[in-house]
Design a protein around this ligand. Structure first.
Ligand code: ADP
Ligand code: ZN
Length: 512
C-alpha cells in the first residue's frame, strides 16, 4: 500500500499532516478503532478520507447534517476520491448502490436515521466495508450537548462488520462524554486520540454588558478586519446590524435562518470574499464556512455552553494571526438560560445545569480564561497565558481566605457529600429537619457566617470549583480537592474579583 505521506501529497496536495492527524490515520490504516477529539478546523475529514482512498473497500461515513455532507462530498470529489451519499436529496441512488456493490466507492455518506434501518445493513452486506467513520460522535451520548437517539443504533450495525475499524470524530466532548462515546461505540480506551485545544493567537475577553451597540461599535473601531457578532435572536440580529452600520459606517450584514435562502447565500458569499465586513448573526451562521482571516468574534450575549463558546470563537484567526474573542454578558442572560433549562425534559436538566455552571465559571473567573477553557477540555495548561483579559489586566481582588476556610471546613465536617444548599444552611445557622437530623446544628461551623458574608458563598464556591479546591461528587455533593487542605491550614490565600464581590452584594450574579 502507498505510504500515507505520499498519498497525502498526491491526493490532497498537502506537504505534512497537522497535529494528531498522522497518529489517527496510522491507527485507522492499521485497522484499530479510534476516537479522535479534534477542535473545529483541525482537519478531521482528512483522517477518514485518506484511509478511505487507500484501503480496499468503502468507508461508510455517518454524518448528521445533509448540508455538511454535500459540502464534504464536493470537496472529496474535487480531490479525486470516489464519494457518494444516500439521502433524500440524492437522485442517483441506483448508481450509488451499484458503485458500492462493485467496490467502486471510497466514501459512502449516510445520515444516522438511514444507517440504523435494517435495509441498510443488507445493503452493506452486498459490498465491502473498510471503515466506519462516525462524525459528530458526541451525538451518541446523553452527556453530550446534542444527543441523537439514532446514534445508539450504530453500535449494533457496526458489530455486524467486525472486520471494519471504527473512527469516531468530535470537536466537543468533555471527559465524561468521551468515556461515554468509547463505550457506546465499542472503541477501546487506548483508542482515544485528543488534539491540543489551545488557540494561542486568539485573545479572550469577557466583559459586563453596558450598552451593547456602543461597546460593539468601539470594538469595530479598534479592529478593522472581518468579524462575526453573535446575537441571541433574529430580531436582535437585524436591529444590531442596522444600528452598527449607521454608527460605524462599516459594511455590516445580518444572517439568520429567517432570511430568504438567496439573501443568506449572498450575505455569506460577500462575507467570505470581504476583507472588512462584519456579519451580525445567530448561531445558524458559521458551520462549514471557510474564512481563515476572521479577526474577531463577538458575543452580544452568553453562548449556550463552553463547548459552543469554544466552537464559535474558534472561527476567529484560523490563519494563525492575532484575533479577538469578546463576550458581553449580563446577569439576565443566565436568568433566561436557567429558565430555558427548567423547561426541558427532566432527565436532561441536570446536565444542562452543569453546562451552565461551567459557563458561569468561565464568565466569572478572575483568573486566566484560557487556562479554564483548556482544563475544561481535559488539558493541563499553565496557570496563566498572557493573552486574555484577566492575564493582561488582572482584576482587583478581595481577600476571602477566612470565608473560604469556613466553607471548606463545613464541607469537610458535614462529610463531603452534601450539596451547596445544605452547607449554606449549616454555615448561616439555618436548622431544618435534614440539618438537625444529622446533628449538623451542633457542629462548630454552624452559624459562623453572617448575612453579609453569606452572599459571597455562591461566587466563592464557583471560584473554588474553578480552581479545583472543591469538586462535585457523583451525586451532586461537594468534596475537597486540589489545594483545599492547604487553604484550610492557612497556607494558601483565596481571593475573589472585586466585580464578583460587588455583584454578589447587589444580588446580580451569573448563576445561582
Ligand atoms: P474539521 O472538520 O476538523 O473542522 P476540516 O476537515 O474541515 O476540519 O479541515 C479544515 C481545513 O484544514 C480544510 O480547509 C482542510 O483542507 C485543511 N487541512 C486539513 N488537513 C490539512 C493538512 N494536513 N495541511 C494543510 N491543510 C489541511
Ligand atoms: Zn490568560
Amino acid at each position: 500500500m502507498e505510504d500515507a505521506r505520499a498519498a497525502l501529497r498526491r491526493i490532497f496536495g498537502f506537504d505534512s499532516f497537522r497535529g494528531v492527524q498522522e497518529q489517527v490515520v496510522a491507527r485507522v490504516l492499521a485497522g484499530q478503532s479510534t476516537l479522535a477529539v479534534m477542535p473545529t478546523g483541525a482537519g478531521k475529514s482528512l483522517t477518514y478520507q485518506l484511509p478511505a482512498a487507500l484501503l480496499p473497500g468503502t468507508c461508510v461515513v455517518i454524518s448528521p447534517l445533509i448540508a455538511l455532507m454535500h459540502d464534504q462530498l464536493r470537496s472529496a470529489r474535487a480531490n479525486g476520491i470516489a464519494a457518494a451519499a444516500l439521502t433524500s436529496a440524492d437522485a442517483d441512488w441506483r448508481e450509488t448502490v451499484d458503485a458500492f456493490c462493485n467496490g467502486a466507492l471510497d466514501l459512502l455518506y449516510v445520515a444516522p436515521e438511514r444507517a440504523s434501518q435494517p435495509g441498510f445493513r443488507d445493503l452493506l452486506n452486498r459490498g465491502r466495508v473498510a471503515l466506519f467513520a462516525v462524525d459528530e460522535a458526541h451525538c451518541v451520548s446523553e452527556w453530550g450537548h446534542d444527543f441523537r437517539p439514532d446514534y445508539r443504533l450504530l453500535r449494533p450495525l457496526m458489530d455486524g462488520f467486525p472486520g471494519a475499524a471504527r473512527l469516531a470524530l468530535t470537536a466537543t466532548a468533555d471527559a465524561h462524554t468521551r468515556a461515554d462515546i468509547l463505550e457506546q461505540l465499542g472503541i477501546p480506551q487506548e483508542g482515544m486520540v485528543v488534539a491540543g485545544f489551545d488557540r494561542p493567537n486568539i485573545r479572550y475577553a469577557i466583559r459586563h454588558r453596558q450598552s451593547v451597540p456602543a461597546q460593539l461599535a468601539q470594538l469595530m473601531e479598534e479592529e478593522p478586519g472581518p468579524g462575526i457578532i453573535y446575537a441571541p435572536t433574529r430580531r436582535k440580529v437585524e436591529e444590531l446590524a442596522a444600528q452598527l452600520e449607521r454608527q460605524t459606517g462599516r459594511e455590516v450584514r445580518p444572517y439568520h435562518a429567517g432570511l430568504p435562502v438567496e439573501v443568506r447565500a449572498e450575505n455569506q458569499a460577500a462575507f467570505v470574499a470581504s476583507e472588512d465586513m462584519v456579519m451580525v448573526a445567530t448561531i445558524a451562521f458559521g458551520m462549514g464556512i471557510d474564512k481563515p482571516d476572521v479577526r474577531f468574534v463577538a458575543h452580544a450575549g452568553i453562548p449556550k455552553s463552553i463547548e459552543a463558546y469554544y466552537q464559535e470563537t474558534g472561527r476567529a484567526g484560523r490563519d494563525g494571526d492575532p484575533a479577538l474573542a469578546v463576550m458581553f454578558w449580563g446577569a439576565g442572560d443566565f436568568v433566561a438560560a436557567r429558565q430555558r433549562v427548567s423547561e426541558v425534559e427532566e432527565a436532561r436538566q441536570k446536565g444542562e445545569h452543569k453546562r451552565l455552571a461551567a459557563l458561569a465559571a468561565l464568565v466569572e473567573t478572575p483568573a486566566c480564561r484560557r487556562a479554564l477553557l483548556l482544563r475544561h477540555f481535559g488539558e493541563e495548561p499553565p496557570p496563566s497565558c498572557g493573552n486574555c483579559d484577566n492575564c493582561l489586566d488582572p482584576p482587583a481582588m478581595v481577600d476571602v481566605t477566612e470565608l473560604a476556610r469556613k466553607l471548606l471546613s463545613a464541607v469537610y465536617r458535614t462529610g463531603q457529600s452534601f450539596g451547596f444548599g445544605h452547607v449554606q444552611k449549616v454555615l448561616t445557622g439555618v436548622s431544618d429537619e435534614r440539618v438537625s437530623a444529622r446533628g449538623h446544628d451542633r457542629l462548630s461551623v454552624f452559624g459562623i457566617v453572617g448575612a453579609d458574608e453569606a452572599r459571597l458563598l455562591q461566587p466563592l464556591v464557583r471560584s473554588l470549583q474553578a480552581r479545583g479546591a472543591l469538586v462535585a461528587t457523583e451525586h451532586g455533593g461537594l468534596a475537597l480537592g486540589g489545594d483545599a487542605r492547604k487553604i484550610l491550614k492557612g497556607e494558601r490565600p483565596v481571593a475573589l474579583a472585586r466585580s464578583a464581590e460587588r455583584a454578589a452584594r447587589k444580588g446580580r450574579r451569573a448563576a445561582g
